[in-house]
Design a protein around this ligand. Structure first.
Ligand code: MLT
Length: 254
């Protein structure tokens, strides 16, 4: 299994992902929010790449019964029902509902990876379950860190490195390149205290400035769920337990 880490989706074109298995990470906060929303019973999440499209999608889908969530500069957008703070996605608010989600970096990265054969959503909250699934899939992996303003984000790159470390524990069949090795080195040096690492990160500092410090502690939680969200036909839903695609390699392996 070859693993490549892309430190910002800005460095690749949409078509780069054609047919690939892609993991998208935006620890602060989009992919943590998506995982938590599905844990709390959201029916599905529709990630979108622009506010305009979010407005249009939420008014046309399911007879306008979807919630519109997201942020600009970390804050809720005027006219939206919710921001992008995981704490807002409680069972009471979202259970059984579809959510259209726009975020500055995270949902754009997900939308950009749409031509992949498999798109998997990862965060620290579900990192072990994602690693298990990748081992089952046994395909080469592109890990896309959403980053910030087209630059590397420490939170995402450390999460990528930790995911690779987990893969290394679960399979011998791992081939790393410069970027995946660099992510592992970063995870080893910066990943001992996730909360502290995120508080000191560029995006963490902005979240703290805007009053979202509790979100950092939440997003630093590890393995609180085994939900593996997958993005299929424009919609993110949890992977069903027995839903491992039967590729030639994993048929042989099983
Ligand atoms: C993003 O997609 O840029 C983030 O999720 C921003 C945020 O912290 O809400």
């Amino acid at each position: 299994m070859k693993v490549n880490v892309i430190v910002s989706p800005a460095v690749v074109e949409e078509l780069y992902f054609s047919g690939k298995t892609t993991v998208v990470i935006d620890v602060l906060r989009a992919t943590s929010t998506i995982v938590y929303a599905l844990m709390n019973g959201a029916k599905e999440i529709i990630p979108v790449g622009s506010v305009e499209f979010a407005m249009k999608a939420s008014s046309t889908m399911f007879g306008g019964q979807t919630l519109l969530a997201g942020e600009r500069n970390t804050k809720m957008i005027d006219g939206f029902n919710m921001g992008n703070s995981p704490a807002e996605f409680t069972q009471e608010k979202i259970s059984g509902k579809g959510i259209v989600l726009f975020t500055t970096n995270g949902t754009r990265a997900i939308v950009k990876s749409k031509y992949s054969a498999n798109v998997i959503i990862a965060s620290f909250l579900n990192i072990n379950a994602v690693a298990e699934y990748l081992v089952q899939l046994n395909e080469n992996v592109e890990i896309v860190c959403s980053g910030r303003n087209n630059q590397l984000g420490m939170d995402d790159t450390v999460c990528a490195g930790k995911l690779i470390q987990l893969l290394a524990e679960k399979t011998e069949n791992l081939e790393l390149n410069d970027s995946s090795l660099a992510a592992v080195v970063l995870a080893k040096s910066q990943g001992k205290n996730l909360k502290k690492m995120m508080q000191g990160s560029d995006h963490g500092k902005i979240l703290i400035e805007n009053g979202f410090q509790d979100d950092i502690a939440f997003c630093a939680k590890t393995n609180i769920t085994d939900i593996v969200p997958v993005f299929v036909n424009g919609v993110i839903k949890p992977l069903k337990k027995d839903e491992v695609p039967q590729t030639e390699e994993n048929v042989e392996q099983n």
